[in-house]
Design a protein around this ligand. Structure first.
Ligand SMILES: [Zn+2]
Length: 329
């Protein structure tokens, strides 16, 4: 369980009406006294049954929320394969935040699996060469000789694709506020908190430097030339210049294929003349800098259905076993 609702939270603070949803990452970062005050007031976000918080263990198990009282049809009790996968990815990014010195974004991983490794690495190298360092200068962010091969062996640098980073950002991990150094190329590094910008905070930067904007797609125009983020009406993503490769890469055939999809892109934010609209222009019009996650409410895959069936069967046999034991006692 990644989230839990805390029912006590609002009582001491008049400004914070209602219950508060905590992600496990937020909760475990609270001072111990606060954890102890709030931990008895946790409930499952889906079935609203009593939940608990468990600290990270000494042998390396992550901190987690759980509940022994989930309703049989609770989604937290019957997590989908996608959900389990997602939680694994989020935990991986959190581990990097805690342990790594820096993170390098591997843009080649944003391609669908059908592309071969060879092709993508070629694209990646070309991209880096094309983006001359003179394109943008981020004061105090970029240091000369920032990422040398000889050094990278000694430093604890992690490589991650955009998919995991996006999943983690969408689920409210600490990445968005982290001081971790993130490399977008061999030469450019940024503090994570300055690089990752939710689309509702998109603003043109002073020196025209790009940012990694992220959010969810609300809808596209009928001809699929514009994507409109759900978080902010005044922001749009014009995709005409790389439309074909983007649609092919993420298997988008009609507008509904992208509605509700998570996205992240390395882009420059520009304002319209009347300053009423903002546009996110993909850096170099290079689709390697764009990643989209299919909407979560898309129908489950065959594998997911098979696993859900297995879980349900297991749950039922388990219940029967439990009641038999109960009667024999
Ligand atoms: Zn539940």
């Amino acid at each position: 369980m990644i989230d839990a609702i805390c029912t006590l939270y609002a009582q001491d603070d008049e400004n914070k009406a209602g219950n508060k949803v905590f992600s496990i990452f937020e909760f475990k970062a609270l001072p111990e006294s606060e954890i102890n005050r709030l931990r008895y007031s946790l409930i499952c976000p889906d079935c609203k049954q009593v939940a608990y918080f468990r600290k990270a263990s000494r042998d390396g198990k992550q901190a987690c929320f759980g509940s022994r009282y989930h309703a049989p049809d609770c989604k937290e009790f019957n997590p989908s394969v996608r959900r389990v996968e997602e939680e694994k990815e989020i935990a991986e990014v959190e581990k990097i935040l805690l342990e790594a010195d820096s993170l390098k974004i591997d843009f080649s991983r944003s391609a669908l699996k059908k592309r071969t490794e060879k092709n993508t690495s070629k694209i990646k190298t070309e991209t880096i060469q094309r983006q001359a360092p003179a394109d943008f200068k981020e004061q105090n962010e970029t240091e000369p000789g920032a990422l040398k091969d000889s050094k990278s062996d000694k430093l604890n640098i992690n490589k991650q694709g955009l998919g995991k980073l996006l999943t983690s950002l969408l689920r409210g991990s600490s990445l968005a506020n982290s001081d971790l150094w993130v490399y977008t190329s061999e030469k450019h590094k940024w503090r994570a908190k300055n690089l990752f910008v939710n689309v509702n905070q998109a603003q043109p930067t002073e020196n025209g430097a790009p940012r990694m904007y992220w959010g969810t797609i609300s809808h596209a125009d009928n001809s699929l030339h514009w994507l409109n983020p759900a978080e902010e009406r005044s922001v749009a993503i014009p995709i005409s210049k790389y439309r074909e490769s983007l649609l092919e890469r993420f298997d988008i055939q009609e507008t509904r294929d992208i509605e509700g999809a998570g996205f992240i892109l390395f882009a420059k934010c520009v304002e319209s003349k009347d300053k009423k609209r903002k546009f996110l222009q993909l850096w170099g019009n290079d689709v390697n800098y764009f990643f989209s996650l299919k909407p979560k409410n898309s129908p489950p895959s065959l594998e997911e259905i098979a696993l859900l069936n297995l879980l349900t069967a297991f749950f039922h046999s388990h219940k029967k076993g439990a009641s038999k034991r109960l009667f024999s006692n």
